[in-house]
Design a protein around this ligand. Structure first.
Ligand SMILES: C[S@@+](CC[C@H](N)C(=O)[O-])C[C@H]1O[C@@H](n2cnc3c(N)ncnc32)[C@H](O)[C@@H]1O
Length: 347
């Protein structure tokens, strides 16, 4: 079966198309999707990954993969490992090869890679044979070290797919060695997920990190190419955030201010609320932070170890999604993550 040529849908348009199509059918051959995403995550992050997947794709990944017609950069998420852009699919392997040949692909320096998916028991020698087949229907000399394009073949539920493989860029791991940290800093994987959830993978938005601490979330937003600004009430935290940003040559404004005194508009905001451990916190402080941020944006992702749901609801925000994230191992330390939207009739 041939798919239409790849197009770069805008996020908003394709979002609705995808949700309609995906709800109608789960048969990968009847879906008009263009992309197959593969995921990887540790068990304690499974709910966080599902929340991210719901927010970006309007659908949960299963078996660590997801078909969608929404195009996002796989490096925006800590969990998406590959974006496979489907060019052709068929239940019949020989027909797939004929279809690829018809594409008349000329590519000097290409590479072919077999993508092993859940449930695919194709043996290693068979996989090598199939890569050779692919190599023979693409015109050009391969380059295995620095390929121009990586073409890929995979099998899911007895359907063969051929396409272009875009891999996750894990350079953001360098942020683990940021010069400034503190005990209440959020982990970089959660920080990165907060950015992908708040932005829904859209890199053109203006994002606010309302309680930026030492800037863990801001580093991830900068790496993904988003326009981000930060705010923290403590001068030392702001200075440390600026040092961290400068260390990686990122440019972003950091306001040393109580969030209630900020007077700008953003497309989305992230609030990693003070934990009452090293930053003092009570209901009045939390209400001030949430209500003040809600005046600056219509979409907020809130993180807290406390149950702040009553405060969120009182502030006029509607909770659209939620998950909890435990620390790895037996730790009882749990973070709550709420995705909130401002109701249309509130200020
Ligand atoms: C849990 S920490 C954020 C940690 C941050 N995500 C990081 O990884 O470094 C909460 C931060 O909120 C800041 N804060 C508390 N009240 C605030 C307010 N009214 N306006 C802005 N920031 C505030 C604290 O100074 C603290 O740095």
């Amino acid at each position: 079966m041939q798919f239409p040529p790849l197009t770069t849908h805008t996020q908003t348009v394709s979002f609705h198309i995808a949700s309609d199509i995906i709800k109608k059918s789960h048969n990968p051959l009847t879906l008009k999707h263009c992309y197959l995403y593969t995921f990887n995550y540790a068990y304690h992050h499974s709910q966080l990954c599902k929340l991210e997947s719901r927010q970006i794709f309007d659908n949960e990944q299963t078996n660590k993969l997801l078909f969608s017609n929404i195009k996002v950069d796989p490096s925006i998420s800590p969990f998406i490992k590959n974006r496979f852009e489907i060019i052709s699919s068929s239940e019949d392997y020989s027909e797939l090869l004929v279809n690829i040949k018809k594409e008349n692909i000329h590519d000097e320096g290409f590479k072919a890679e077999y993508l092993v998916l859940h449930g695919d028991d194709t043996t290693y020698p068979e996989r090598l044979k199939k890569l050779k087949d692919i190599g023979l229907v693409i015109v050009g000399f391969p380059n295995f070290k620095t390929p121009t394009t990586t073409y890929s073949i995979c099998n899911y539920q007895n359907i063969w797919h051929f396409g272009v493989l875009i891999k996750h860029n894990s350079d953001w791991y360098k942020h683990k060695k940021k010069p400034r940290s503190f005990s209440n800093s959020i982990g970089i994987k959660i920080g990165k997920t907060l950015v992908s959830i708040a932005s829904k993978g859209n890199k053109t938005i203006e994002l606010l990190d309302a309680c930026c601490g030492v800037g863990t979330v801001m580093l991830e937003a900068c790496f993904s190419g988003l326009n981000v600004e930060g705010c923290d009430i403590k001068l030392k935290r702001c200075e440390h955030t600026r040092q961290n940003l400068a260390h990686y040559n990122y440019n972003a404004n950091v306001y040393c201010s109580d969030i209630k005194d900020l007077n700008k508009k953003y497309d989305a905001a992230i609030i990693d609320l003070p934990y009452n451990l090293y930053s003092y916190s009570n209901d009045t402080i939390l209400t001030n932070i949430i209500e003040s941020t809600a005046k600056l944006t219509t979409r907020i992702v809130i993180v807290s170890i406390a149950d702040v749901e009553p405060i969120i609801k009182k502030s006029g925000l509607k909770i659209s999604d939620f998950c909890t994230v435990k620390k790895r191992g037996r730790s009882q330390f749990t973070r709550n993550i709420w995705v909130c939207e401002k109701e249309s009739n509130s200020n």
